[in-house]
Unconditional design. Structure first.
Length: 298
């Protein structure tokens, strides 16, 4: 089934390989082949770049809870241990996304990659050591994409609302030092790579970061009364997005074939929302299936 079809929740199946087919994406590099309809099942190994960050720490906890093996990519093993301790299923891998030579070993044998790295939009101490938007949101993403194995089932990238509206208010203020420009350039690297990808564009992030929480405490975090989720296939949302909802959306997307090759904006709003219900998430993604999908699959 291509992404133009119904958004189907894929449960563990021994027929997974039979359901995969190679196609050429319209935006792929010439000759690049990629695999569609390949879901990432519990038990698979997911490399998380940015695992100790605001979204990454919640995502890592959720992946471990659902039975995934997580390889937390970091420049500091101590930072991973301080955040997650000796959580079962978690391993720390030391690499620097800005250094291409450090990445192949870190990516060996992974089934999926989630990149949720980021830095501040305006100059701050976090820019020290070259962690500015160009290096973090573009160069690092390009290096990670280039190092990914051809067998990868899914590359997930989180960017931001406004990447296609950087000249509009209020996004031109946020983009004063190029953060939205470089995030969009990172997206383009993923789109051209030929890898099976999923891109998520959160609005202004809320809830967290919970930098001093352990795994069990992270799993108890909630979004108060704003637990409902809004998705759009276009860069047209405003407002805020809970880090908890963003992390949950990434976990749920791994089991869905229809999200592959698409970009979704995500925001939070009042209401109960889909929670952790796979069927509700599948219906939510299906309800905003990008209309271009049918044309691209012909």
């Amino acid at each position: 089934m291509s992404c133009a079809g119904a958004c189907k929740l894929q449960r563990p199946s021994t027929r997974l390989q039979a359901n995969r087919r190679a196609v050429v994406r319209p935006f792929s590099r010439p000759g690049a082949l990629c695999v569609t309809a390949a879901v990432v099942e519990p038990g698979s190994t997911v490399l998380v770049a940015g695992a100790t960050g605001g979204v990454g720490q919640l995502l890592t906890a959720k992946l471990l809870e659902r039975g995934y093996k997580v390889r937390a990519l970091s420049r500091s093993a101590d930072k991973v241990r301080q955040q997650f301790g000796d959580a079962p299923g978690l391993t720390a891998t030391i690499a620097d996304l800005r250094d291409p030579a450090s990445l192949p070993d870190a990516l060996e044998g992974v089934d999926a990659v989630v990149c949720c790295t980021g830095t501040t939009a305006f100059p701050s101490k976090r820019w020290d050591g070259g962690n500015n938007p160009e290096q973090t949101d573009f160069v690092s993403v390009r290096n990670l994409v280039t190092a990914c194995p051809k067998s990868l089932k899914r590359f997930t990238l989180t960017t931001s609302a406004g990447v296609e509206r950087s000249s509009q208010f209020p996004f031109f203020i946020l983009n004063a030092f190029g953060v939205l420009k470089y995030k969009r350039m990172g997206e383009e690297e993923v789109e051209r790579s030929g890898l099976p990808y999923f891109i998520l564009r959160p609005s202004r992030l809320t809830d967290g970061p919970y930098t001093s929480y352990d795994v069990n405490t992270l799993l108890k975090a909630t979004s108060g009364s704003r637990q409902d989720v809004q998705l759009s296939p276009r860069d047209d949302l405003v407002g805020e997005a809970s880090r908890i909802a963003v992390a949950e959306a990434i976990v749920q997307s791994l089991a869905l074939d229809c999200v592959e090759g698409h970009k979704y904006a995500i925001g939070s709003k009042q209401g109960e929302g889909p929670g952790q219900d796979p069927a509700k998430w599948a219906a939510l993604f299906r309800s905003v299936q990008p209309p271009v999908a049918a044309a691209a699959s012909r």
